[in-house]
Structures are given as C-alpha cells and as structure tokens.
Design a protein around this ligand. Structure first.
Ligand code: NDP
Length: 331
C-alpha cells in the first residue's frame, strides 16, 4: 500500500520535493482497531504549520514518517466492537491508502445521508469551524454587517452563508480570483465581494462596506486584518480563525500596524480552535444540516482524483488558491 511521507521541512512555499511516496505493508488490526481503506481525504491549511518543527497546538509532522489528517474510508477488517466490515468511518489518518485506526478515533458516518466528502467539509471540521467562529466566537447577532476573508474556501463559503441565513444586514467576502468573487455573489448570495489581488484590501473593503463592519471572520490575517480594523464599527468583533497569508512566510512579518484602533473602537479580537466548541455540535448538525437539506445553504468542493500520490499536488494547489470550496483527494 502507498502513503505520503514528509521528505523535508518546506522552506517558505512548499514544493513537491518536500513529499515522498512510500510503499508499505498493509497492517493487520489488533484488539480494538479497524483497518480502513481510504476513499477520500482532506488537504487543509493547518497542515502547512505541522510541516514546520515548531511548538504549536498540534505536534509537527516528522520527516520520513507519513502525514496525517481527515479522511473517510471503508472498514475492510475489524477487531473492534461496534465496527463491521463495510462500515464507513471518518478518522484522522489520511495521506495513506490503508489506515490502522483505533476504534476510539473512528466515527461511523452514513454514506447514504451525504456525499462522503461532506463529512470532511460542510458537515465536518470546516463547517463546524465556520459555525463556531460566527456564532460563538464573534457572537454574531441579527443585523450585523459581516466581512469574511477567504470567503470562497471550505470555511469561508459556509461562514458567509450562515451569516446571511441568520439575518446579517450585509455580508461581504474577499477571495483571490474574479471567478470566485462571481461565485460568492451570484451563487452564494453574498451582498458584495472583491478580489484582493485587484486593489488594496482597505480600499475595496471601504467601498463594499460603506457603513462599516460589525463582525470580521478572519481566515487570512495580514492586510485583510488591517483593513478590517479600519472598517470596524464600535464594539466590532473578530473571530481569528486563521491567517493563511502568513503560513508560508519564512520570517515572521510585523503584525497589524493599526492594532491601536482596537482601543478606541472597543473591539474584541478573539482567536479560537474548533475543537474547543464541541458543545455546539448538535446545534450545528441540526441547523447547517437542515439548510443543506432545504437547499438554502450551498457548497462547492474541488476534488483531485487519482489517489494518494495526487495528495501533495492537491495540497499545493489549495495553498495557491486553486480550490473553490473544500479541497479533497479521492482514491
Ligand atoms: P480554504 O478552502 O479556504 O483554502 C485555502 C484558501 O486560502 C485558498 O483557496 C486561497 O484562496 C486562500 N489563500 C491562499 N493564500 C492566500 C493569501 N496569501 N492571501 C489570501 N488568501 C489566500 O481553506 P479552509 O477553509 O480549510 O481554511 C480557511 C482558514 O481557516 C485557514 O486560515 C485555516 O487555517 C483556518 N482554519 C482554522 C480552524 C480553527 O480551528 N481555528 C479550523 C479550520 C481552518 P484565494 O483564491 O481566495 O486566495
């Protein structure tokens, strides 16, 4: 069976040479384990951070060892109570064809309820990140004007639509291509959107939000965060979800130059990790699942076919912004 190893720690933007395809024996499950044949896996921005040898909230990947991350597959052998051959499970050992998973780290999912990729996207970790960030962290309330950066990605596309569905006065999104901007406005119902590559974010945001913003859902950091600080109304709230604009920087850049605006405007800027918001799970599944079923919430996925050897390309493509919605690899 094949799996992808980290060959080298990327310096700046990663390259294909940082990954290696390895051939390994298919393992046999021990007591309490299942063997899973992976069918779809996720490539996520946070994985870039794990390629650095730096202390963080998840342990770094190790050189010469397989990468890991969200995946859905079929149980092909089981030594665990409650799991049978043929079950479909969500687990954390992607980047390989066969995964030996402790039953405690496998969650059964229903393949007839939603396409498998949805469990890694809109109904999975990214969808929950959008929900928790908006509802819990940014304390969204009806009538808010909301700005979402990275708005055409897995998290952003959901965050913007939840804001709309929950009664935002205006939702503004930013993304890196004109086609994504059209998608946000024409397909997802954003009130305004702009391409951050076309002109300074500050100018484009000021134009798109003439009455300022109340909530900023930050996936990007950098110039986007600075622009949001300018645009905030009094008592504005930011959910600091990610900062993809700096993930590939070899040297840290100075932070927002205008952070002092948070003082006069009495802003709340709050970072969070989705894992701390499990108490919202039931509410999330009910609300977001309901909107998907009714067709009120749409989502896109960008699927790279061709199996595990395509995962590095898919990962680099996601970092370059080639994905619309959730970036996935199918086996
Ligand atoms: P996306 O699906 O949004 O994919 C990443 C996108 O980032 C690309 O499509 C690209 O779109 C954009 N991008 C890449 N480089 C830049 C740049 N320099 N400036 C602006 N945009 C850039 O990924 P996710 O939805 O999975 O993740 C979005 C954010 O949420 C990330 O920051 C991630 O780390 C964070 N996150 C945080 C979690 C938490 O618990 N706090 C959990 C999950 C995700 P474009 O064409 O628009 O440039």
């Amino acid at each position: 069976a094949r799996e992808i190893h980290l060959a080298a720690r990327p310096q700046g933007f990663p390259t294909l040479d940082d990954f290696a395809l390895a051939e390994v024996e298919v393992p046999t499950p021990g007591e309490g384990q299942v063997l899973v044949r992976n069918l779809v896996m996720s490539v996520d921005p946070y994985m870039r951070g794990r390629m650095n040898d730096r202390k963080s909230y998840v342990a770094p990947f190790q050189i010469g060892k397989p990468l890991d991350g969200g995946a859905v597959g079929e149980v092909v052998a089981s030594e665990a109570e409650g799991f049978a051959v043929g079950d479909t499970v969500l687990h954390g050992l992607g980047w390989r064809e066969y995964a030996l998973v402790d039953a405690a780290h496998a969650t059964k999912v229903d393949p007839t309820q939603a396409p498998l990729g949805a469990y890694l996207g809109v109904l999975g970790m990214p969808g929950m990140t959008a929900y928790a960030g908006l509802v819990d962290v940014a304390a969204f309330k009806e009538g808010d004007v909301v700005f979402v950066s990275g708005a055409a990605g897995a998290v952003g596309q959901v965050a913007g639509q939840i804001a709309k569905l929950k009664g935002a006065r205006r939702v503004i999104g930013s993304a890196g291509t004109d086609a994504k901007v059209d998608y946000l406005v024409d397909e997802l119902g954003f009130d305004a959107a702009f391409n951050y590559r076309n002109a300074p974010v500050r100018d484009q945001l000021a134009k798109a939000a003439p009455d300022g913003i109340d909530v900023y859902f930050d996936n990007v950091g950098g110039d986007h965060l600075e622009a949001a600080l300018e645009a905030f109304n009094l008592y504005g709230r930011a959910a600091l979800c990610g900062a993809i604009s700096v993930y590939n920087d070899a040297e840290p850049k100075p932070g927002p130059n205008n952070l002092f605006l948070a003082v006069g405007k009495r802003l709340t800027l709050r970072g969070y990790l989705v894992a701390d918001h499990e108490h919202l799970r039931e509410q999330f599944v009910k609300e977001v699942g309901g909107w998907i079923a009714s067709g009120e919430l749409k989502y896109d996925e960008t699927i790279t076919e061709g199996g595990v050897e395509k995962a590095p390309e898919a990962f680099l493509g996601m970092l370059r912004g080639e994905n619309l919605g959730k970036a996935l690899v199918t086996f």
